[in-house]
Design a protein around this ligand. Structure first.
Ligand SMILES: [Zn+2]
Length: 354
């Protein structure tokens, strides 16, 4: 890890109004080789129902591409799609949907060696351009698996503006998490033989800065959606360049993983879980979290743990479990002992919002 010099970058990153209606032109401009290649579209039934017109338009542009409504976002589903792609000589997979669809389609393209075109319908996290797919393996247990990043990323700003607000807030959370992730990455490098990849670090830092310092706070504005989409893509590329998720994932992500693994009953999206984790992580790192708390408030991102049914006891346990969910990943949590009283004070501060 960190020693590799090979990485891929997408050929195309188009962030445009009504881009899904213009996908034929975008493909012609950026990846003309794909025209006339046998293609399938992977999505989910409810999205196919909602976005019928756009999805059928894209299918038409790709020579009547078959539209598949996938089931679970699982390893088995990805393998089944890959099998179909190989047997039927399909050359291009287009994923249209949220994180579940995009991760499944991305992994299916990776194992079938098909070209992957990513078309997000919401911006809930940075997996859209990351070299990882999170897939169910056994039952609902999920695993993060390495894979190839997309060849093309096409973001339709109109589509994202109309996506549920919670999804965009989640994407904001995953972007702000880079602040504490980058601190932990540097800390880890100082305590081990690994090193920080400067360029990946800079990309991830710019991703954070572009959103954190953005004057436009209206999540339904095109300007904001453009900035957020690019920020999430840059986060994915930072991981690709670093050859690890370190530029985007530190102790705040360990907290989110602890919720996912030990408290599956807590209904909170990945991006909001890491947003909640970023505030304590800042405090553990000796950084002042008030700027980030103000920022979250200005977007209406609710970081009161009670809103998600998280009690003080659960919160303390989540932080204790966070220390063990990813053995070998050095973060600020390795530099001090778990202190229930301190975690309790942080909980109180988050409920009061100060
Ligand atoms: Zn994340």
């Amino acid at each position: 890890m960190n020693q590799h010099t090979r990485f891929n970058l997408p050929i195309c990153l188009a962030v445009e109004e009504d881009a899904f209606f213009h996908s034929d032109r975008i493909i012609r401009d950026y990846i003309p080789d794909m025209i006339g290649q046998k293609t399938i579209i992977v999505s989910e039934q409810f999205l196919i129902d909602i976005y019928k017109e756009k999805i059928y338009d894209i299918s038409h542009d790709f020579g009547g591409a078959e539209i598949i409504a996938m089931g679970a976002a699982s390893f088995d589903e990805a393998v089944a799609i890959a099998k179909k792609v190989c047997i039927e000589d399909i050359k291009v997979i287009i994923g249209i949907g949220g994180g579940r669809v995009l991760d499944t389609a991305k992994y299916a393209a990776h194992i079938s060696k098909a070209v992957y075109i990513c078309m997000p319908t919401s911006l809930s996290n940075d997996s859209l351009a990351s070299p990882f797919a999170v897939l169910e393996t056994v039952g609902s247990a999920r695993k993060t698996i390495e894979c190839k990043i997309p060849t093309a990323i096409i973001v339709d700003t109109n589509m994202i503006i109309n996506a549920p607000e919670g999804q965009t807030l989640s994407g904001i959370g995953d972007t702000i998490a880079k602040h504490t992730a980058l601190y932990d990455w540097k800390l880890s490098a100082s305590k081990s033989s690994s090193r920080v990849e400067d360029f990946a670090y800079a990309l991830s830092r710019m991703s954070f800065d572009s959103v954190y310092h953005c004057d436009e706070r209206n999540m339904k504005s095109r300007v904001f959606i453009r900035i957020l989409s690019r920020a999430l893509v840059m986060g994915g590329l930072a991981m690709e360049i670093a050859g690890s998720s370190r530029p985007c994932s530190g102790s705040e992500h360990l907290f989110a993983h602890a919720i996912e693994e030990y408290y599956p009953g807590v209904k909170i999206s990945h991006g909001l879980a890491v947003a909640l984790g970023t505030i304590p992580a800042c405090i553990f790192q000796g950084q002042d979290p008030s700027g980030i708390m103000c920022f979250f408030k200005s977007h209406g991102l609710d970081f009161d743990p009670r809103s998600y049914g998280i009690t003080p006891e659960m919160f303390a346990d989540m932080w204790e479990k966070a220390r063990t969910v990813r053995p070998g990943r050095i973060t600020v949590l390795d530099t001090f002992a778990h202190d229930e009283k301190q975690v309790g004070e942080i909980y109180a501060r988050m409920t009061e919002g100060i």
